[in-house]
Design a protein around this ligand. Structure first.
Ligand code: DLL
Length: 433
């Protein structure tokens, strides 16, 4: 279902006209209200009046995570605190969190976008949404919650954790839509299995999964185990939270970006140069309607490409391809660039192993080493050592063949790799420690 027919199916010229008008307003406003932007624009010799076409966006300076850290906590807010009704933050692995704020209108915008996203994923009035994204500073829980209410669906605000209890609720309350990280979805399936509950007997139609990268092969695995349509949702706190883009149920190919609120660009992460359509690079976003925390050319560090082909669902919004990883998660192993999601794809194609894995990168005698720990399935577990060794060899060979890196593969017992309730931690890079 398309929640907002007018904006989601707008002809290109109309959407671009809206984008230009909103971009100019945003640039005027940040120049007037946020000292950081005024300084950056002045340094670049730019005045808000210089933005006369969408192409002029490329002339504006980038904003980075470091800029947000330097202005911690509220330095990038464009309205007085009197007008801020909500604060969220993203944890990050090191240092202080990134703090973002919302006015009442921002919350209304976000709710609308999440309603659009849930609808694109197959939800509607009458659906019961089991929302297992964490509630709190993380934007996942409350983002889905407000969108579900706006859509007119029923929401179960279960949050993450207490997985056995979640299984009972899924069985008794009859939810039809599941929202959580893809790794937690698999964990839910596993715990359900242990309690004798089969997802086949539950009522789920769709699962709307995001907040971390996941491969196409992982989608196949989730759909097989959970008996639902697995839909990818993307977003980040700095831009608004979940609901920046979403796959449609019809195509499940690329995530439609809500371009009437955010303008995407793809850049070469090394040079900052804007790349032509279709090329892979770093995704950059400019918000054009947000009041409390507008953001100009924010470097997400997420790696993807844009697809401007028409979509079967009827939406005219540009699509971003599934995120393959982050520029800062990309592992460089003996000079070869590897994304954890590429290794995930190889593992998922191996029948004998489960979708629970961890990558350990280290350095021995000045050489990088990559160890892949992956759980063997219950059925293969009882096999002879020789059989298990052959599986390890087969996976190592495939990794070498597809990615060009040598890895030591180690099968571990079922259920020994830590499960996550939110974003999974897949990589341990001991080289940095
Ligand atoms: O993860 C917002 C969110 C909540 C998105 C629930 C989807 C569902 P942050 O905690 O700020 O916000 O983390 C943002 O997570 O830059 C990506 O690196 C990653 N990410 C989010 N969605 C996806 C996805 C939320 N579908 C960071 N695929 C982003 C790959 C994703 N990576």
């Amino acid at each position: 279902m398309i929640y907002n027919i007018e904006y989601e199916t707008m002809p290109r010229e109309a959407i671009e006209a809206i984008q230009l008008r909103r971009l100019r307003e945003t640039v005027e406003r940040v120049y007037a209200t946020v000292p950081f932007y005024r300084k950056k624009f002045d340094e670049a010799g730019l005045k808000p009046g210089d933005i006369n076409s969408l192409k002029d966006l490329h002339r504006l300076p980038f904003t980075t995570k470091q800029d947000l850290r330097d202005n911690y906590p509220y330095g990038m807010f464009a309205v007085p605190m009197d007008n801020v009704v909500r604060i969220h933050a993203s944890s990050g692995t090191t240092g202080k969190p990134t703090v973002v704020g919302y006015t009442a209108r921002d919350i209304a915008t976000w709710s609308e976008l999440m309603a659009r996203a849930l609808a694109a994923g197959g939800a509607g009035r009458g659906d019961i949404i089991h929302n297992a994204y964490g509630y709190g500073l993380f934007t996942g829980g409350l983002g889905v919650h407000y969108g579900a209410e706006r859509l007119g669906a029923s929401v179960i605000p279960i949050s993450g954790g207490n997985t056995k209890r979640q299984v009972m609720i899924m069985k008794d309350f009859g939810p039809t839509i599941l929202t959580c990280t893809p790794s937690y979805a698999l964990h839910l399936a596993e715990v359900a299995g242990d309690s004798g509950v089969d997802f086949k007997d539950l009522r789920f139609k769709s699962g709307i999964f995001g907040a971390e990268p996941w491969s196409e092969e992982m989608r196949t695995e989730i759909e097989r185990k959970l008996h639902l349509n697995a839909i990818d949702i993307y977003g980040l706190s700095e831009v608004i939270g979940p609901g920046v883009s979403i796959e449609c149920l019809e195509a499940k190919k690329g995530l439609h970006i809500f371009e009437d609120h955010f303008i995407p660009e793809i850049i070469n992460p090394e040079t900052g140069e804007v790349l032509p359509n279709g090329q892979m690079g770093e995704l950059v976003f400019t918000s054009i309607t947000k009041e409390a925390f507008p953001i100009i050319r924010y470097r997400t560090r997420d790696v993807t490409s844009l697809d401007r082909e028409a979509c079967v669902c009827g939406r005219t919004l540009v699509r971003m391809n599934k995120v393959s990883g982050r520029t800062d998660d990309m592992l460089i192993i003996r000079g070869v660039n590897v994304f954890p999601s590429q290794i995930e794809s190889v593992l998922m194609e191996t029948d004998e192993v489960e979708p629970h894995y961890q990558l350990i990168v280290d350095r021995k005698d000045n050489l990088d080493t990559l160890s892949v720990l992956v759980e063997v399935g219950e059925s293969a577990f009882s096999d002879e050592v020789r059989v298990l060794q052959n599986i390890e060899k087969k996976i190592a060979k495939n990794i070498k063949e597809f990615l060009g890196v040598s890895a030591t593969v180690k099968l571990v017992e079922p259920k020994t790799i830590a499960r996550s309730e939110g974003k999974a931690q897949r990589v341990i890079d001991k080289r940095k420690i």
